[in-house]
Design a protein around this ligand. Structure first.
Ligand code: NI
Ligand code: MN
Length: 230
Protein backbone atom coordinates (compact mmCIF):
# COMPACT_ATOMS: atom_id res chain seq x y z
CA UNK A 1 0.00 0.00 0.00
CA UNK A 2 1.18 3.51 -0.81
CA UNK A 3 0.65 5.71 2.26
CA UNK A 4 2.34 9.09 2.36
CA UNK A 5 2.54 12.25 4.48
CA UNK A 6 2.28 15.74 2.97
CA UNK A 7 2.76 18.24 5.77
CA UNK A 8 0.58 19.33 8.71
CA UNK A 9 -2.07 16.57 8.94
CA UNK A 10 -2.35 15.62 5.27
CA UNK A 11 -2.00 11.97 4.36
CA UNK A 12 -2.59 10.30 1.01
CA UNK A 13 -3.12 6.67 0.17
CA UNK A 14 -4.08 4.41 -2.67
CA UNK A 15 -6.03 1.27 -1.89
CA UNK A 16 -8.17 -1.04 -3.99
CA UNK A 17 -7.65 1.21 -7.02
CA UNK A 18 -8.95 4.34 -5.26
CA UNK A 19 -7.02 7.49 -4.36
CA UNK A 20 -7.76 9.16 -1.05
CA UNK A 21 -6.49 12.30 0.67
CA UNK A 22 -7.09 13.16 4.33
CA UNK A 23 -7.17 16.82 5.48
CA UNK A 24 -5.87 18.40 2.24
CA UNK A 25 -4.34 21.65 3.58
CA UNK A 26 -2.14 22.64 0.65
CA UNK A 27 -2.67 26.32 -0.31
CA UNK A 28 -1.04 28.44 2.38
CA UNK A 29 0.91 25.46 3.75
CA UNK A 30 4.55 26.20 3.06
CA UNK A 31 5.52 22.68 4.08
CA UNK A 32 3.22 20.99 1.57
CA UNK A 33 4.89 19.30 -1.38
CA UNK A 34 1.59 19.16 -3.31
CA UNK A 35 -0.02 21.51 -5.84
CA UNK A 36 -3.80 21.60 -5.39
CA UNK A 37 -4.22 21.77 -9.19
CA UNK A 38 -2.46 18.44 -9.58
CA UNK A 39 -4.16 16.46 -6.83
CA UNK A 40 -6.18 13.60 -8.32
CA UNK A 41 -8.37 11.78 -5.84
CA UNK A 42 -11.61 9.84 -5.61
CA UNK A 43 -12.22 10.68 -1.96
CA UNK A 44 -11.38 13.38 0.56
CA UNK A 45 -11.72 12.48 4.24
CA UNK A 46 -11.83 15.26 6.84
CA UNK A 47 -11.14 15.14 10.58
CA UNK A 48 -12.69 18.58 11.25
CA UNK A 49 -13.44 21.96 9.73
CA UNK A 50 -10.44 24.06 10.74
CA UNK A 51 -8.67 25.70 7.83
CA UNK A 52 -5.41 23.79 8.35
CA UNK A 53 -7.37 20.55 7.68
CA UNK A 54 -10.31 21.58 5.48
CA UNK A 55 -7.80 23.42 3.29
CA UNK A 56 -8.39 22.95 -0.45
CA UNK A 57 -11.29 20.54 -0.01
CA UNK A 58 -13.84 22.49 -2.06
CA UNK A 59 -11.60 23.04 -5.10
CA UNK A 60 -10.20 19.52 -5.10
CA UNK A 61 -13.66 17.97 -4.66
CA UNK A 62 -15.15 19.96 -7.54
CA UNK A 63 -12.22 19.44 -9.91
CA UNK A 64 -12.14 15.68 -9.32
CA UNK A 65 -15.84 15.10 -8.70
CA UNK A 66 -14.57 13.47 -5.51
CA UNK A 67 -16.69 12.36 -2.58
CA UNK A 68 -16.02 14.21 0.67
CA UNK A 69 -16.38 12.17 3.85
CA UNK A 70 -16.88 14.29 6.96
CA UNK A 71 -18.90 14.84 10.10
CA UNK A 72 -22.56 15.52 9.42
CA UNK A 73 -22.11 19.27 9.98
CA UNK A 74 -19.10 19.44 7.66
CA UNK A 75 -20.88 17.45 4.94
CA UNK A 76 -23.96 19.66 5.28
CA UNK A 77 -21.85 22.84 5.04
CA UNK A 78 -20.15 21.53 1.90
CA UNK A 79 -23.34 20.53 0.15
CA UNK A 80 -25.60 23.44 1.16
CA UNK A 81 -23.21 26.40 0.99
CA UNK A 82 -20.12 25.31 -0.95
CA UNK A 83 -21.66 23.53 -3.92
CA UNK A 84 -19.91 20.22 -3.35
CA UNK A 85 -22.15 17.56 -4.86
CA UNK A 86 -20.85 14.33 -3.41
CA UNK A 87 -20.66 14.15 0.35
CA UNK A 88 -20.89 11.29 2.80
CA UNK A 89 -21.95 12.45 6.29
CA UNK A 90 -20.79 10.42 9.29
CA UNK A 91 -20.42 10.86 13.03
CA UNK A 92 -18.46 9.57 16.00
CA UNK A 93 -18.69 5.81 16.56
CA UNK A 94 -19.90 5.15 13.04
CA UNK A 95 -18.06 3.08 10.45
CA UNK A 96 -18.67 2.75 6.72
CA UNK A 97 -17.18 0.47 4.10
CA UNK A 98 -15.98 2.50 1.13
CA UNK A 99 -14.40 1.14 -2.05
CA UNK A 100 -10.93 1.76 -0.60
CA UNK A 101 -11.60 0.31 2.84
CA UNK A 102 -13.43 1.43 5.96
CA UNK A 103 -13.57 4.71 7.84
CA UNK A 104 -14.65 4.92 11.46
CA UNK A 105 -14.94 8.26 13.22
CA UNK A 106 -13.62 8.40 16.78
CA UNK A 107 -13.52 11.21 19.26
CA UNK A 108 -10.88 13.90 19.62
CA UNK A 109 -10.69 16.69 22.18
CA UNK A 110 -10.65 19.80 20.02
CA UNK A 111 -13.07 22.19 18.26
CA UNK A 112 -14.32 22.62 14.69
CA UNK A 113 -15.33 25.77 12.83
CA UNK A 114 -14.54 27.73 9.71
CA UNK A 115 -14.71 31.52 9.39
CA UNK A 116 -15.78 32.86 6.01
CA UNK A 117 -14.59 36.00 4.19
CA UNK A 118 -17.17 38.08 6.06
CA UNK A 119 -15.75 37.01 9.40
CA UNK A 120 -18.74 34.84 10.21
CA UNK A 121 -17.84 31.49 11.73
CA UNK A 122 -19.62 28.33 10.66
CA UNK A 123 -19.64 25.92 13.57
CA UNK A 124 -18.99 22.49 12.21
CA UNK A 125 -19.77 20.03 14.97
CA UNK A 126 -17.20 17.94 16.77
CA UNK A 127 -13.58 17.35 15.95
CA UNK A 128 -12.53 13.77 15.34
CA UNK A 129 -9.91 11.15 14.81
CA UNK A 130 -10.15 8.43 12.17
CA UNK A 131 -9.70 4.68 12.19
CA UNK A 132 -8.95 3.61 8.61
CA UNK A 133 -8.85 -0.10 7.75
CA UNK A 134 -7.13 -0.40 4.41
CA UNK A 135 -5.36 -3.31 2.71
CA UNK A 136 -5.24 -5.25 5.98
CA UNK A 137 -3.64 -2.34 7.89
CA UNK A 138 -5.26 -0.31 10.65
CA UNK A 139 -4.38 3.36 10.63
CA UNK A 140 -5.27 5.72 13.48
CA UNK A 141 -5.17 9.36 12.37
CA UNK A 142 -5.64 11.21 15.66
CA UNK A 143 -6.67 14.49 14.02
CA UNK A 144 -6.16 17.45 16.31
CA UNK A 145 -6.56 16.48 19.95
CA UNK A 146 -5.43 16.74 23.51
CA UNK A 147 -4.48 13.65 25.47
CA UNK A 148 -7.37 11.42 26.56
CA UNK A 149 -7.35 7.99 28.15
CA UNK A 150 -9.95 6.52 25.77
CA UNK A 151 -7.17 6.42 23.19
CA UNK A 152 -6.44 3.13 24.96
CA UNK A 153 -10.01 1.96 24.39
CA UNK A 154 -9.82 2.97 20.73
CA UNK A 155 -6.53 1.09 20.27
CA UNK A 156 -7.80 -1.96 22.20
CA UNK A 157 -10.76 -2.15 19.83
CA UNK A 158 -8.58 -1.51 16.76
CA UNK A 159 -4.94 -2.61 17.23
CA UNK A 160 -3.02 0.05 15.36
CA UNK A 161 -0.42 -0.54 12.65
CA UNK A 162 0.26 3.11 11.87
CA UNK A 163 -0.61 6.08 14.09
CA UNK A 164 -0.45 9.66 12.83
CA UNK A 165 -0.19 11.71 16.01
CA UNK A 166 -0.05 15.49 16.46
CA UNK A 167 3.00 16.77 18.36
CA UNK A 168 2.92 20.52 17.66
CA UNK A 169 1.63 21.66 21.07
CA UNK A 170 -0.32 24.94 21.52
CA UNK A 171 -3.39 23.66 19.56
CA UNK A 172 -2.93 19.92 20.22
CA UNK A 173 -0.81 17.58 22.29
CA UNK A 174 2.88 18.43 22.43
CA UNK A 175 5.67 15.90 22.50
CA UNK A 176 5.26 15.00 26.18
CA UNK A 177 1.57 14.13 25.95
CA UNK A 178 1.88 12.65 22.46
CA UNK A 179 4.70 10.31 23.52
CA UNK A 180 2.65 9.30 26.58
CA UNK A 181 -0.32 8.56 24.31
CA UNK A 182 1.84 6.35 22.09
CA UNK A 183 3.67 4.55 24.91
CA UNK A 184 0.77 4.00 27.29
CA UNK A 185 -2.41 4.06 25.23
CA UNK A 186 -2.04 3.49 21.49
CA UNK A 187 1.11 1.35 21.20
CA UNK A 188 1.15 1.20 17.40
CA UNK A 189 3.72 -0.65 15.30
CA UNK A 190 4.64 2.58 13.49
CA UNK A 191 4.18 6.18 14.69
CA UNK A 192 4.36 9.18 12.37
CA UNK A 193 4.41 12.62 14.06
CA UNK A 194 2.25 15.26 12.36
CA UNK A 195 0.95 18.81 12.92
CA UNK A 196 4.27 20.51 13.72
CA UNK A 197 6.56 23.20 12.26
CA UNK A 198 3.90 24.52 9.86
CA UNK A 199 3.46 27.73 11.88
CA UNK A 200 5.49 29.46 14.63
CA UNK A 201 2.92 28.35 17.24
CA UNK A 202 3.63 24.69 16.57
CA UNK A 203 7.39 24.54 16.18
CA UNK A 204 8.62 21.29 17.70
CA UNK A 205 11.56 18.94 17.20
CA UNK A 206 10.29 15.52 16.06
CA UNK A 207 13.63 13.98 17.06
CA UNK A 208 12.86 14.93 20.68
CA UNK A 209 9.50 13.19 20.32
CA UNK A 210 11.18 10.12 18.85
CA UNK A 211 13.55 9.90 21.84
CA UNK A 212 10.57 9.77 24.21
CA UNK A 213 8.74 6.99 22.38
CA UNK A 214 9.55 3.50 23.62
CA UNK A 215 6.86 1.46 21.84
CA UNK A 216 7.16 0.52 18.18
CA UNK A 217 9.02 2.50 15.56
CA UNK A 218 8.84 6.26 14.95
CA UNK A 219 9.12 7.29 11.30
CA UNK A 220 9.75 11.02 10.88
CA UNK A 221 8.55 11.71 7.34
CA UNK A 222 9.33 14.72 5.20
CA UNK A 223 6.36 15.96 3.17
CA UNK A 224 6.01 13.59 0.22
CA UNK A 225 7.63 10.61 1.91
CA UNK A 226 5.88 7.27 2.30
CA UNK A 227 5.43 5.14 5.40
CA UNK A 228 7.88 2.24 5.19
CA UNK A 229 6.30 -1.13 5.89
CA UNK A 230 8.50 -4.20 6.53
NI1 NI B 1 -7.87 22.07 14.41
MN1 MN C 1 -4.98 21.78 13.17
Amino acid sequence: MKLSFHGQSTIYFEANGKKVIVDPFISGNELSDLNPEDVEVDYIVLTHGHGDHFGDTVDIAKKNNATVVGLAEVADYLSTSQGVENVHPMNIGGKWEFEFGSVKYVQAFHSSSLTNEDGIPAYLGASTGLILEIDGKTIYHCGDTGLFSDMKLIADRHPVDVCFVPIGDNFTMGIDDASYAINEFIQPKITVPIHYNTFPYIEQDPEEFKKLVNKGEVQILKPGEEVKFD
